[in-house]
Design a protein around this ligand. Structure first.
Ligand SMILES: N[C@@H](CCC(=O)N[C@@H](CS)C(=O)NCC(=O)O)C(=O)O
Length: 288
C-alpha cells in the first residue's frame, strides 16, 4: 500500500481542508461573532436542528406534551450549523461545545447541553420515560449511555466516510461499516429479547436511539440501506416501525428539519398548531 499522505511534524490549520464542512470545522472553541439568541414565550427554549441528535429532544418534548405536561411547551429555534449559527456568542453561552441541541429552562434559569443530558434533565423534571424501579432504570441508563458512546461511530465514522467525505477511502469505509453493522447486531439481539431497549418500557433510551439506528435500519440514513443489508435486522426493524408509528415521534422528527419532503419540514416550532399550519409546503403556498 502506498501512503498518500505523510503527516508533517506539526499540524497546521488549512481552512479549505475538510470538504463540504470545511467552513464550519475549526480547531479552536469559542464564539466567532456576536449575536443574541432569540427567545419565545414558552417555559423551554430549544436551539437545534433536525439531525438525529436534535430529533432525540423534540421527540421527548412531543411525548411529554402528548401526556399533558404543559410545562414542556417549547419554542424550537433553528440553528443552521452550515452557516455557523452554533458559533454565535449567544449559542456558545448556553453550549460552550458549539453543537446542537441546547436547551434553556427559563424558570430554572438552567442551560442544558449534550443531548443525553437534555433527555435526562427533562425525564427527571417531568417524571416520565425513566422507570422508577432501580433495576429497570439502570437498564435504561445502560442503553442511553451506550447510544451516546456508539452513535459517533455511526455518524462521524460510517456516515462521514460513506456519504460525506470528499474522497472514498476503502480502509475507513470498511472499518466503520464493520462497526455500524456490529452495533445494529447488538441492538437486534437486545430487541429479540425485549420490546424496547432494556425492557418492556418505552424510555429515553429508545428516544435517543431511534433517530440514529431506527432511521438507519429503515433505510433512511446516508442512502446506505442496501449497502448495509438493513433488512436482515428483523428485531431492530420491528422496534423501529413501532416507534415510528407514534404520533409524537412523527411530530418530533419534523421539528427544525430543513431537508426532505416540504410537508415533513417544520423549520421552527412555536405552537402545537405549527405542525398543521407552518410546514414548508404550507408556507411556500402562502408566499405571494
Ligand atoms: N455529543 C453531542 C453531539 C452533538 C452534535 O454532534 N451536534 C452536531 C449536529 S448533529 C453539531 O451541532 N455540529 C455542528 C458542528 O460540529 O459545528 C450531543 O449528543 O449533543
Amino acid at each position: 500500500m502506498v501512503d498518500s499522505y505523510t503527516p508533517p511534524a506539526v499540524w497546521t490549520w488549512d481552512a479549505e481542508n475538510g470538504g463540504e464542512w470545511a467552513k464550519i470545522n475549526r480547531p479552536i472553541a469559542g464564539a466567532t461573532h456576536d449575536a443574541e439568541l432569540r427567545h419565545g414565550e414558552h417555559p423551554l427554549q430549544l436551539y437545534s436542528l433536525g439531525t438525529p441528535n436534535g430529533q432525540k429532544v423534540t421527540i421527548l418534548l412531543e411525548e411529554l406534551l402528548a401526556l399533558g405536561e404543559a410545562g414542556a411547551e417549547y419554542d424550537a429555534h433553528l440553528i443552521d450549523i452550515s452557516k455557523g449559527d452554533q458559533f454565535s456568542s449567544g449559542f456558545v453561552a448556553i453550549n460552550p461545545n458549539s453543537k446542537i441541541p441546547a436547551l434553556f429552562d427559563v424558570e430554572a434559569g438552567s442551560r442544558v447541553f449534550e443531548s443525553g443530558a437534555i433527555l435526562l434533565y427533562l425525564a427527571q423534571k417531568f417524571g416520565h420515560f425513566l422507570p422508577e424501579d432501580s433495576a429497570k432504570r439502570t437498564e435504561a441508563m445502560n442503553w442511553l449511555f451506550w447510544l451516546q458512546g456508539s452513535a459517533p461511530y455511526l455518524g462521524g465514522g460510517f456516515g462521514h466516510f460513506y456519504a460525506y467525505a470528499p474522497e472514498k477511502f476503502e480502509y475507513a469505509i470498511d472499518r466503520f461499516t464493520m462497526e455500524a453493522k456490529r452495533q445494529m447486531d447488538v441492538l437486534d439481539r437486545e430487541l429479540a429479547e425485549h420490546r424496547f431497549l432494556g425492557g418492556d418500557d418505552y424510555t429515553i433510551a429508545d428516544m435517543a436511539t431511534w433517530p440514529w439506528y431506527g432511521n438507519l435500519v429503515l433505510g433512511e440514513a446516508y442512502g446506505a440501506g442496501e449497502f448495509l443489508q438493513v433488512e436482515s435486522y428483523k428485531n431492530l426493524r420491528r422496534w423501529a416501525h413501532e416507534i415510528l408509528a407514534r404520533p409524537a415521534v412523527q411530530r418530533g422528527r419534523m421539528v427544525n428539519r430543513t431537508w426532505g419532503p416540504p410537508e415533513g419540514q417544520l423549520h421552527e416550532r412555536h405552537d402545537a398548531s405549527d405542525f398543521e399550519l407552518r410546514t414548508q409546503d404550507k408556507i411556500a403556498t402562502d408566499a405571494p
